[in-house]
Design a protein around this ligand. Structure first.
Ligand SMILES: [Zn+2]
Length: 128
């Protein structure tokens, strides 16, 4: 029997925090930020029966009238915020993108995203 979804999400968040080299509390904070008021799915990228990536808009926490556009996938991620476009950093919007991607994959396919396979996550600087 498969564990309930909240247990799977918890283990995903733990794995994500390890891949990022950050504390679970930081990742949990971003997970709790995700809601229909703060995250909008733009496109679900499906390939070979899998959810291969996601394009989404994430509302700025500091400037609620601003939305950042994010793309996440196996081979990399992009965001329209300054931290990513100028600083080249893994920003909080990208991490929110990965968390949302995992939720979509769980709901639509019953499969988790494996953060350890997203090598770009553990490379480069991060903002959280
Ligand atoms: Zn960003």
């Amino acid at each position: 029997m498969q564990p309930p979804i909240d247990e799977r999400v918890r283990s995903f968040l733990l794995s994500l925090s390890r891949a990022l080299g950050t504390r679970i509390e930081n990742v949990l904070d971003l997970y709790l930020y995700v809601s229909p008021e703060t995250v909008r799915i733009v496109e679900i990228v499906e390939r070979g029966g899998k959810i291969a990536g996601l394009r989404l808009a994430v509302r700025s926490r500091k400037k609620p009238d601003v939305w950042y556009y994010v793309a996440v996938g196996e081979y990399g991620a992009k965001c329209t915020c300054e931290g990513n476009t100028i600083g080249g950093k893994i920003c909080r919007h990208i991490i929110i993108g990965v968390i949302t991607w995992n939720m979509i994959s769980l709901i639509k396919r019953g499969e988790d995203i494996d953060p350890t396979k997203l090598t770009w996550l553990s490379q480069g600087e991060r903002e959280i």
